[in-house]
Design a protein around this ligand. Sequence first.
Ligand SMILES: [Zn+2]
Length: 312
Amino acid sequence: MTPVPIHPIAAPWGRFHLYSFLIDASELALVDTGVTASAAGVPAELEKLGRRIEDVRWILLTHGHIDHVGGAAALWEATGRRAQVVISAADAPFLRSRQAHVDEFQSLRGDYITDPDAAAKKAAEADAAISGEFEPTLVVHGGEVLELGGGVRVRVDAIPGHTAGAVAYIVEGQNDVFVGDAAQCYGAASGFPGYEDPAAYRASLEHLLALEPRHLYLGHPYRRADGTPFPVELDAADAREALQGSLDNEARIRAVALPYLARGLQHTASVYSPFAAIADALGYTGDPTLEPAPFFTTMHGYLTTAHPQEQQ
Ligand SMILES: [Zn+2]
């Protein structure tokens, strides 16, 4: 069978570069949806490819972050509500509720970002960036296979870590793998990788590496070790580099963070407080407060999930 074509769809948003993807099967599938503003441009992008939003039958969400699910309600309406909207059970609350994004901000980063208006800003961002709250039509856990017609089958693999409910979509037979933000490499715009659960993140990267993807599709232009961005569509060699680089960077951060965290939090006047010594030792000089604030999310992950035996 000839491989089903896959087309990236750029979705700019502020300082971010987001990507959705079209799986050009007989039942068209969109992977991720950007935010309200970027989703408005998707129908025109599909027209350039000779396709119509009305014919999209699948909206496949890799995880619940605002820049991946924000456009989903608008695009689902544009399909005449005929598309199946797929998200994992663990991340489905982010599709159902804007407030879930504010709650997530407060639980993961609220202790470290001292701006008293931060939660209100997050709520305003959720209002603008999320086109609607709704119930997914298909909730997955990993292990499902979706039939896109014409023999095209897409497998769902659970790859938690970046978020609890992150999933990969794998086009069977051609081994093209969509991972959203599950391979953070050396960070994107913020210059730091973001993951809620470091051990799960690692296990998911090892799972993806073992798949040996023919192509790997990332939600943002994550950076290589030398700071240059990967392309939108990674070939097999770039896929290996991105996945191994993500593992290497996690190991580097863990080796620095765990011994510091074992000695207790150091509250200082630094914008990196209470993790200033870790930022310093890692040479991280980015603004840690800019949302989605991966530095704090990741530090919180080590703080709350790392076990003493991991430090040996
Ligand atoms: Zn994300």
